[in-house]
Structure formats: C-alpha cells, structure tokens
Design a binder for this molecule. Structure first.
Ligand SMILES: Cc1cc2nc3c(=O)[nH]c(=O)nc-3n(C[C@H](O)[C@H](O)[C@H](O)COP(=O)(O)OP(=O)(O)OC[C@H]3O[C@@H](n4cnc5c(N)ncnc54)[C@H](O)[C@@H]3O)c2cc1C
Length: 374
C-alpha cells in the first residue's frame, strides 16, 4: 500500500523549510514538494534578522554571505546619512538559493522526504486524507501546509485566496562586482513612490532592487537603472527579476479542514519594510507546532494557528501598515524627521531583532510625522 505521509509541505522556501524541519525533528513523516530544482533563485534582497537563530538548534553561518552593522540612507541619492544599527548581532545578508537550500537540507537530515522539480498540480480531499497530484505521480498525506509563496496556487485551491493582503511589486538584480563596504546596506527613498530602493552587499556581489508597496502602479525600471548607475555599475547584460509581494492586511483565516497556509502564501510580509523571511520562518515554526498538535489529536489546532498568527504577529503588522500609510504618503517629511535621526535606525533594528514591537513605537512615530506635516 502507498505510504501515507503525516504532512505534505508545498514549497521549499523559508516557510516550507521551517515547517518541514520542525515536523521531521519531532519524528513525523514529512513530504516536501518543490516546483524547482534546488538550489533555486528567488528574487530577494536577502536581509535577515539574526533573531531567527533562536527558532533553530543549528548554526546558520554556512548560509550567510556577509553581515551588516550600518545602514546608509539617501534622498535623491544625496543627503547621505550613515546610521549604526547598534545591535548585539549584525543583520545577516544571505543568497536565497543557498540559504533556502541549507534549511531544506537540514529538514532532510531530520528525515523529511524532498521531491524537487515536482510541482503540485492538483489536490483533492478524500475523507480525512489529501490526494496530491504532481508530475512525478500521486501522494497521500493526512495534513497539508501550503508554503508555496506569493505565486503559488495552493491557497486558491484550498479556497483561502480571499486573505487580507495588499499586493506590492519588486524587482531585484544581482550584480557581481567588488563590494567596497560589505558591512553597509543602502536604502534610497526619493526615487520611487510607496517604497524604496536598496543595495544589499553579498560576499562578491550587490543585490540591488526596488519595491513599491502601495496601490499606485509605478515605473520601477527607470529608477532602478539610475540607482544602479549611482554605484558605478550597469544593468547591461543583467537579468531583471520581478516578483509580487503579498503584504499583510489581515487578519485572515489561514486554515481549512486538514490544511494551513504559512509564509508568504499566508500574506505575512511586513507592509512597512517588506520583510518576509523572518515572518515566513516564524509561521513555518508555528505551522509545524499546529500540525503536530493536530496529529496528536487536538481538535482545534489549525484554528488556533490562525488565531495565534493574528495575535502574535498580525496585530503588530497592522501597526506597520498604519505607519507605512503615513510614511509613504509624506516621504520627504518622513526622511527629515524620521529616517535621518539615528534613533530611528536603532528602533528599526530593535523591531527587526524582535526586542521591540511596532505597537510600542508606531503611534508616537505617526503622531510626529503628522504633526510635522501641519
Ligand atoms: C525583490 C524582493 C526582495 C525581497 N527582499 C527581502 C529581504 O531583503 N528580506 C526579507 O526578509 N524579505 C524580502 N523579501 C520577501 C521574501 O523574499 C519572501 O517573503 C519570502 O521568500 C517568502 O518565503 P516563503 O517560504 O513563504 O515563499 P518562497 O520563498 O517564495 O518559496 C515558495 C516556494 O514554493 C515553490 N512553489 C511554488 N508553487 C509551487 C507548486 N505548485 N508546487 C511546489 N512548489 C511550489 C516555489 O518554487 C518556491 O521555492 C523580498 C521579496 C522580493 C520580491
């Protein structure tokens, strides 16, 4: 008789990798289906809060390209401000192909079964099982975690596509060239509406990109080219990778019978910073806990997962959303009274490291921004 997996995880990004690792570590039979061959490219700046290390019992350093302790901001590529993050541990800069591959290999080492170049193409609920169709045949599992990212189809197939999200867009390019200051991450705020441009260092390359997180359709390519040139680099011969971003506008229902959404499939991206890796790892860890509880017979475990993500992460992201609305509506004022003040970077560093929540600071920051507008 064909094997019945305890849980099938769709997608081997940070969300799926974290889920698979923590379920396999508990001894469950886990199947991971990944559409691409691994390692695979994912358009991403690759900035990761070191706070994620607390959720895993292994050393991430082989997956980290470089470390950043200073942020350099510009407005119209001028008015430069250098701000030290003043964190106990610097921010990680990762290449997503090696970072994601590193994590899923850890899951495999714990016993998870990984099928690559194996997209899920259909799914069906039969009794208390999932029947999963792929190009490599069919599989059966008791539970399902959809971690197939912003472009994956599984949320829709589960009838959970109506989650509260705002769809943003971003483009990333990787340009191989010496990085003069590998500990500095760059942000530029004037060249794009409702977002920013970045240049994040890698060991021998620049991850340069542009993201816009509002309702307006904006040209991303022209400012990107200008920004790239400001570093003495060129887009000639470089592939531009565009990708949607599913920004949180929750709360949403993230579960249905026998299945939950995690990572960007759950729309967990921060609407202010567009940070998605830490929230995807977080929801992956929580998803594993919820599935383990369900497998142990807890009747409301999946419903509790939706509630928990809303309470412990989503409610704080509502503050990030409010902050984003004011910040990106008045970016010039925000740059002057916010970004240029060293305390703003220290505060963002603390939010990224999890020692401070948006709710602790957003109301005051919004009042300050609105006050300066008058
Ligand atoms: C340009 C850009 C820059 C960004 N920069 C940052 C940053 O610096 N820091 C940060 O924290 N966040 C950043 N983000 C957000 C971050 O990249 C995402 O939020 C994060 O990758 C989400 O992780 P995930 O595991 O949910 O999904 P993903 O990483 O997207 O992984 C989903 C996986 O599912 C697979 N898949 C899809 N469909 C199927 C299918 N049918 N069957 C099987 N597998 C499937 C995909 O191939 C993929 O491997 C950025 C996003 C963009 C677009």
């Amino acid at each position: 008789m064909a094997q019945v997996y305890d849980c099938a995880v769709i997608g081997a990004g940070p969300g799926g990798g974290a889920t698979a690792y923590h379920l396999a570590r508990r001894g469950y039979r886990v199947l991971v289906l990944e559409k691409e061959s691994l390692p695979r490219y994912k358009p991403c700046g690759g900035g990761v809060s070191p706070a994620v290390a607390e959720w895993f019992d292994f050393d991430w350093s082989p997956a980290i390209a470089t470390y950043v302790d200073t942020i350099r901001y510009t407005w119209q590529m001028e008015e430069r401000v250098d701000a030290p993050l003043e964190l106990e541990r610097p921010i990680w800069m990762v290449r997503r192909d090696s970072f994601d591959h590193f994590l899923i290999k850890k899951a495999v080492a714990q016993g998870a079964e990984l099928r690559t170049a194996c997209p899920l193409t259909a799914l069906e609920r039969r009794g208390d099982r999932w029947e999963l169709t792929t190009s490599a045949g069919s599989f059966t599992s008791r539970y399902l975690v959809a971690a197939d990212g912003a472009k994956g189809p599984t949320a829709r197939w589960l009838g959970l596509e109506k989650r509260a999200i705002l769809i943003g867009g971003a483009i990333e390019v990787e340009i191989v060239a010496p990085v003069p200051e590998p500990n500095v991450a760059h942000f530029e705020f004037a060249l794009v509406k409702d977002g920013y441009l970045w240049n994040f260092p890698k060991d021998n390359a620049h991850s340069i990109g542009i993201g816009s997180f509002g309702h307006r359709k904006v040209d991303l390519k022209t400012p990107l080219a200008r920004y790239v040139e400001s570093f003495g680099l060129s887009l000639a011969g470089v592939t531009l990778h565009g990708h949607p971003l599913l920004l949180w506008r929750g709360p949403s229902r993230l579960h249905t019978e026998g299945a939950i959404l995690c990572g960007e499939a759950a729309g967990i991206v921060d609407p202010f910073t567009a940070e998605g890796i830490r929230p995807s790892l977080y929801t992956g860890v929580q998803a594993a806990g919820a599935i383990a509880a369900a497998l142990a017979g807890e009747p409301n475990a999946l419903e509790r997962y939706s509630e928990q993500i809303k309470r412990e992460w989503g409610e704080d992201l509502r503050w990030a959303e409010r902050l984003a609305q004011v910040f990106y509506a008045f970016p010039r004022i925000a740059y002057r009274v916010g970004v240029q003040q060293p305390s703003a970077t220290r505060t963002m560093g603390k939010i990224l490291s999890g020692s401070l929540r948006y709710r602790d600071v957003a109301e005051r920051a919004i009042r300050r921004l609105v006050g300066h507008r008058r």
